[in-house]
Design a protein around this ligand. Structure first.
Ligand code: 7RM
Length: 629
């Protein structure tokens, strides 16, 4: 089933569409099951209901840990790199990780947790976070990891929605120069919760904490009270593995539900296939485990594949803009996976931050999270990959669980800014304005998926109706991704951005990403966010929020240069009517620009900005409002 040539890719893809059950059934044979699945797929996109391997039984941690002990037990499973470059990094072998997970599983049981209970994890990027996740999975508890940068309100919303019974947290976390007191955020959040009975607290920063008697216990005390023997709970393939919240365009965040069997099969398969992981490779995904990328491609996929996965506690800019490259050199990283937002920031720093480090270990580069602009793609390719590393631009979503459209490193062709071709098993369909599938190439439409894949989210926790409405009602018989997409003459896919980010100016469809990418070409520009705003004549006009490298001394001059850049790259129609220079953009904690807020400001609808609590820095909103044109 391995793909080592273009021909094998075509063959696998063909089989996966002609005989999906045969294809995934044989991929599934590579795993350890307590009971092998006979039933491979049942599905109905109208209901909607999807089940994979439904009579199979397994525990994902036996696949991530136990099955490796005899073969690669002493190989490093996790390399941990601290926020502080002076602190020693850690190497944890598969055998050690197995023992840590079993021990902590027993701690969870001791604290009243059993199969089916929901456990909220709100922790820094330390190895214990991976241990906590795996320990939940081992005993069949459902984890809900909340990124440890979310506010107490956002945390409380998520704890209450899932009715979590227990929270695992730390006294605090280190992020660059900052120390964040996580435990006090948890305390604040729990004032609004009735379901949480216990809180387990890991000591990381040494910050003062308030332990509530009867509720709060220390991680380091608890683990001395148990041994490291813990048989894995036998799970049905369709039992819940985890809930992960993702924000929608409206309403409260959606708790996407992923299940054990299909998620394991697909994340492992895509990890090995897309990155062409080879035994012995050191793999680093810079995401936080609080996001789906961290779940699937720091923890589950790599560990199930028996890889060495790097976990980094810090940020790309601390102690300086060379940190990522220093870590790559230090651990001889072979496969490096990051986000365009990080690439754009690092690209603006002096090249000496890159060039002082030895990046010769790199073989494969990856990107994920948003469309990558042409300039950033080439910078990444030339300066990090030195023109020798294939770039896998991986398109997928929290809802899809794993990578859906992406090059296969070194095997399928790449094209800058294109996610290129679907992974075997994935059937993308472009839908036109009228709701009909587009057969021809060289066309743009809304990206849907026409057939189930093993790691798709099965429901929204506690709200199946919303799941149906959000993903299966726009176009009957299809899963709707919410993204716009172009398929070029060769059948390669380019994700153009959320369809709600399309601006129609005088009847012309303009993608915000295109315009942003044009403006970003200016040497003075660090980053741009573009939105539409209502315009009497044009219907909509373009408003650009621009961060510059240095303070602007001649705004009019710079505006002129930007306008001619846009005009030259896209056409005069795409020229922004307004260009506002700003110090920061309203970003979510995973680095996505919240255009919803900018749209409101651009439309002078300041009163109704909605929930800004999930922003990395809510204060930027006020300063953008002040300077609005
Ligand atoms: C993995 C992740 C999902 C949304 C998705 C897209 C955008 C992600 C790419 C991309 C263009 C990519 N999950 N997106 N990857 N757009 N090219 N390679 O990010 O749930 O947090 O976001 O992100 O709009 O719908 S997510």
């Amino acid at each position: 089933m391995e793909i080592r040539s273009l021909e094998q890719y075509h063959k696998a893809y063909k089989q996966s569409t002609e005989d999906p059950e045969g294809f995934w059934g044989s991929v599934a044979e590579e795993f350890v099951w307590r009971k092998s699945p006979d039933s491979i797929l049942q599905w109905d996109f109208e209901k909607p209901e999807v089940k994979w391997f439904s009579d199979g039984q397994l525990n994902i941690t036996e696949n991530c840990l136990d099955r490796h002990l005899d073969t690669i037990g002493d190989q490093t499973a996790i390399i941990w790199e601290s926020n502080d470059p002076e602190e020693d990094s850690l190497k944890i072998s598969y055998r050690e990780l197995h023992s840590l997970v079993c021990r902590f599983s027993n701690v969870l049981k001791r604290n009243g947790i059993s199969k089916g209970d929901r456990v909220c994890i709100y922790m820094p990027m330390v190895p214990e976070l991976a241990v906590a996740v795996l320990a939940c999975a081992r005993i069949g508890a459902v984890h809900s990891v909340v990124f440890a940068g979310f506010s107490s309100t956002a945390l409380a919303d998520r704890i209450n929605d899932a009715k979590c019974n227990l929270v695992i947290t730390a006294d605090g976390s280190f992020r660059g120069k900052k120390v964040i007191d996580l435990k006090s955020i948890v305390d604040e959040g729990l004032k609004a919760s009735t379901s949480v009975k216990k809180v387990i607290v890991l000591k990381r920063t040494g910050s003062a904490v308030n332990l509530q008697q009867g509720r709060d216990v220390w991680w380091h005390d608890e683990i001395t009270k148990v041994d490291d023997h813990c048989p894995a709970e036998v799970m049905n393939a369709e039992d819940m593995l985890f809930i992960l919240y993702t924000s929608g365009s409206t309403g409260k965040p959606k708790g996407m539900v992923h299940t054990c069997g299909g998620y394991m099969v697909f994340t492992t398969y895509t990890f090995k296939t897309v990155f062409q992981y080879q035994p012995g490779d050191v793999y680093w995904c810079t995401a936080d485990i609080g996001w789906i990328t961290g779940h699937s491609y720091i923890v589950y996929g790599p560990l199930s594949a028996g890889a060495t996965t790097v976990m980094f506690e810090g940020v790309p800019s601390f102690p300086d803009m060379g940190r990522f490259w220093e870590v790559v050199a230090k651990h001889r990283v072979n496969i490096f996976y990051t986000a365009p937002t990080a690439i754009r920031a690092l690209e603006k720093a002096d090249l000496s931050y890159v060039n002082r480090h030895d990046l010769s270990s790199l073989k494969v580069l990856g990107t994920v999270g948003e469309p990558i602009n042409e300039e950033a793609w080439h910078w990444y390719d030339q300066n990090i990959g030195k023109g020798k590393c294939p770039i896998v631009d991986t398109w997928w979503q929290t809802e899809t669980g794993g990578i859906m459209i992406s090059p296969i490193a070194g095997i399928t062709p790449v094209k800058p800014t294109y996610a290129t071709f679907p992974i075997p098993g994935i059937q993308p369909v472009l839908i036109d304005e009228g709701g009909s599938p587009i057969e021809e190439n060289d066309k743009e439409g809304r990206l849907c998926i026409g057939f189930p894949w093993p790691s798709m989210a099965r429901t929204i926790y506690g709200n199946h109706q919303r799941y149906k409405e959000t993903y299966f009602s726009a176009y009957s018989g299809y899963y709707f991704t919410g993204d716009g997409c172009k398929r070029d003459k060769d059948g390669m896919y380019r994700i153009t951005g959320r369809v709600d980010d399309v601006i129609i100016v005088s009847g012309h469809n303009l993608g915000t990403a295109e315009i942003e990418s044009a403006i970003d070409e200016h040497h003075q520009v660090v980053e741009t966010a573009v939105v539409g705003f209502p315009h009497d004549l044009k219907g909509n006009a373009v408003y650009a929020f621009v961060i510059t490298r240095d303070p602007v001394d001649n705004e009019e001059q710079l505006r002129k240069e930007i306008l001619s850049l846009v005009s030259d790259t896209i056409g005069p129609i795409a020229k922004p009517d307004k260009i506002q220079f700003v110090a920061g953009l309203p970003k979510t904690r995973s680095g996505k620009i919240m255009r919803r807020i900018l749209r409101k400001i651009a439309s002078r609808d300041n009163k109704n900005l909605g929930d800004i609590s999930t922003l990395l820095d809510p204060s930027v909103v006020e300063s953008i409002k002040q300077g609005a044109l």
